[in-house]
Design a protein around this ligand. Structure first.
Ligand SMILES: [Ca+2]
Length: 237
């Protein structure tokens, strides 16, 4: 009985300490054992995009406006935000047109990454159909890439791959995603292993080898108005 009580208490501790519900356990069988537990060895330079010296009202330097699905391009622009993690600027997706299956992206055209640690801060501002967003990586073109996003309307955090324009969910975790607050999504991509963190907590973990390297960017869905700041990438061995 005592053992049972202790195990229940431990389970509750992990449930609340980790902050990610269902989904993480489901991913256990997908873990890439070779990379699990291996120390991360960094290489090259850390790149940081804080958008603070980019011109307001325009797409930041070296980024392009991209779209998967229906409708017209989103409206990405650098704007001032007093709550920005690095002031004065953030990059924002401000279009509120709703087209259904419609993913709007700001893609960096300068850098190509294979294995890396990527972090970005985001704030879900509004959206009736959808809110929130997240980073894309190993982007080949507007129909082929990986993406992880957190959604304040659904209170979940998910990782997908988009192949030939079809979005396929790979893992999901339930958690509280508060709108109008800044949160951090971090991705560690090592060969086929993909780990996704929400506010520092490991939540999603999958193994997939569809894309080995590519561009990085930012992503929103439907009519989500979302701000992003401090996109940082650190290449790893
Ligand atoms: Ca900034």
């Amino acid at each position: 009985m005592k053992k049972f009580i202790i195990s229940v208490l431990v389970s509750f501790f992990f449930l609340f300490a980790v902050g990610c519900g269902e989904g993480y356990e489901n991913a256990e069988s997908n873990k890439d054992e070779y990379y699990r537990g291996k120390q991360i060895a960094y290489k090259g330079e850390i790149k940081l995009w804080n958008f603070d010296s980019d011109e307001n009202g325009r797409m930041p330097k070296d980024f392009s406006n991209q779209l998967t699905g229906k409708g017209s391009l989103g409206e990405w622009e650098v704007i001032k935000d007093d709550t920005a993690p690095s002031i004065p600027n953030v990059i924002a997706q401000t279009s509120q047109e709703y087209f259904g299956y419609h993913f709007s992206m700001a893609v960096n055209e300068k850098e190509i990454y294979d294995d890396f640690e990527l972090a970005v801060k985001f704030k879900g501002v509004k959206g009736r159909e959808d809110q929130g967003g997240g980073p894309v990586w190993r982007y080949q073109d507007a129909d082929n890439y990986y993406i992880a996003r957190a959604n304040p309307l659904e209170n979940n955090f998910r990782v997908y791959k988009v192949v030939n324009g079809n979005r396929l969910q790979m893992d999901s975790a339930r958690l509280n995603v508060n709108g109008n607050e800044w949160h951090t999504i971090k991705i560690i991509a090592r060969k086929v292993q993909i780990q996704c963190f929400y506010d520092g907590q490991p939540c999603l973990d999958v193994s997939d080898g569809t894309f080995q390297k590519g561009k990085i960017g930012l992503w929103t869905k439907a009519d989500a108005v979302t701000y992003f700041d401090d996109l940082e990438v650190r290449p790893i061995e």
